[in-house]
Design a binder for this molecule. Structure first.
Ligand code: NDP
Length: 372
């Protein structure tokens, strides 16, 4: 068993962790980063990046439709799911390599193993090795939840599995109507699946502006997605040809695949944080202050594992600020006001600041400018 010493050990090589590790090393710190899965984290490996590739793939349908009007002759287009999956895999493998290379260039030691916190100054790796460190940064992100807890939910899949389905689903049920549900329902609907989205609200994207939600619902219907509003599934069962979903409004639908897109939960199980003195919220999120400090003096956390604003650019900003503060002598804090977000539906939705409904509650007079 060997023993090593670092200034910083980062657990989790996703967007926030990689940025923090690189910047800290560039500031002269001795840094290691541990990753049990693939370098790049959710965004690069099974989130934003592959999702955007699939969104782009789904939009060729319109381009083929339009092409003839612009003088092109197009053979009847054919879509091959396995070729898309292979192309996606090639691209994320390339990006994963770049992330690892950049860590190496910065002088960060990449440890491709699960790591857990033994105490505030010791990290233990899966092979039994330990390392000593002055600071630990938890950047383990989150994982999809399989909700709602209805009979048969285990027959469904999560957004982790949807990217690599062995066969293209001819019929797909998406459960939920948040970011992931809307994006994947759009992708598969446009790629040619008979797509259903079943959710408990009246419109998709709860919390967004009402006019955006209505326009998105109309665009999805136009794309052939069947919206089952106020009708979440109450049971899933296996049939000889696939799955049958029973919806709260009494409807039954037959599909090949059911995707639970009903939120994500911070990945802290078994990390040893509570024994080391870091307090967690009930859902497992590491409780941190504005400077990413947990209740254990040497343990910090950034990104989705803190369950504040769960967006890649926020995790990157938090990782950068953490490293600049601790190792770069800069007194910086992250400004969480007016964080923009984008939903990669077709068409896309971009928002920043208050929704109209929030503004109306807060101010006596609200001016609304709209363009078609
Ligand atoms: P969201 O929180 O966006 O949406 C969850 C959806 O699941 C909602 O429609 C919610 O319904 C529904 N839901 C939750 N629990 C239940 C339940 N028990 N029964 C029925 N329905 C339920 O989560 P996502 O999984 O879509 O995404 C996770 C996070 O990942 C996002 O919050 C976002 O931070 C990030 N993300 C960002 C993207 C981007 O920036 N483009 C893309 C993808 C993910 P209700 O509205 O009724 O509560």
């Amino acid at each position: 068993m060997s023993q090593r010493d670092f200034d910083l050990i980062v657990i989790g090589a996703g967007s926030g962790g990689v940025r923090a590790a690189r910047v800290a090393a560039n500031h002269g710190a001795r840094v290691a980063i541990a990753e049990e899965f693939r370098v790049g984290g959710t965004c690069v490996i099974r989130g934003c990046v592959p999702k955007k590739l699939y969104v782009l793939a789904s939009r060729f349908r319109d381009a083929f439709d339009d092409a003839t009007g612009f003088g092109w002759s197009v053979e009847p287009p054919r879509f091959d799911w396995s070729r898309l999956v292979a192309a996606k895999e090639k691209e994320i493998t390339r990006l994963e390599g770049l992330y690892a290379q950049n860590l190496e260039k910065a002088g960060v030691e990449l440890i491709r193993q699960r790591a857990v916190v033994e105490d505030g100054a010791t990290v233990r790796f899966a092979d039994g090795d330990t390392a000593r460190t002055k600071t630990i940064l938890i950047a383990t992100g989150g994982a999809p939840v399989m909700e709602p807890r209805i009979p048969g939910i285990e027959l469904g899949i999560s957004s982790n599995e949807i990217f690599d389905l062995p066969a293209f689903p001819k019929r797909l049920l998406v459960i939920g109507a948040g970011y992931i549900a809307v994006e994947f329902a759009g992708v598969f609907g446009r790629l040619g699946s008979e797509t259903h989205m079943a959710f408990r609200a009246e419109l998709p994207l709860r919390g967004f502006d009402l006019d955006l939600r209505k326009r998105l619902a109309a665009a999805m219907i136009q794309d052939g997605v069947t919206l089952h509003a106020a009708a979440p599934p109450i049971a899933l069962e296996k049939t000889s040809g696939g799955l049958r979903a029973h919806l709260a409004n009494g409807a039954e639908i037959e599909v090949d695949v059911a995707l639970a897109a009903t939120g994500r939960r911070p990945a802290t199980a078994g990390l040893g944080l509570e024994q080391a003195g870091a307090r967690l919220r009930e859902n497992g999120a590491v409780i941190v202050d504005a400077r990413a400090r947990s209740s254990a003096p040497s343990i910090h956390a950034v990104g989705d594992v803190t369950d504040r604003i769960n967006l890649t650019p926020v995790a990157i900003r938090e990782g950068q600020a953490f490293a600049d503060r601790l190792f770069g002598g800069r007194d910086v804090e992250v400004d969480y006001d007016s964080v923009p977000s984008a939903v990669f539906s077709t068409p896309e939705i971009g928002t920043v600041g208050l929704t109209e409904e929030e503004a109306t509650q807060r101010f006596a007079e609200v001016a609304v400018f709209a363009t078609a």
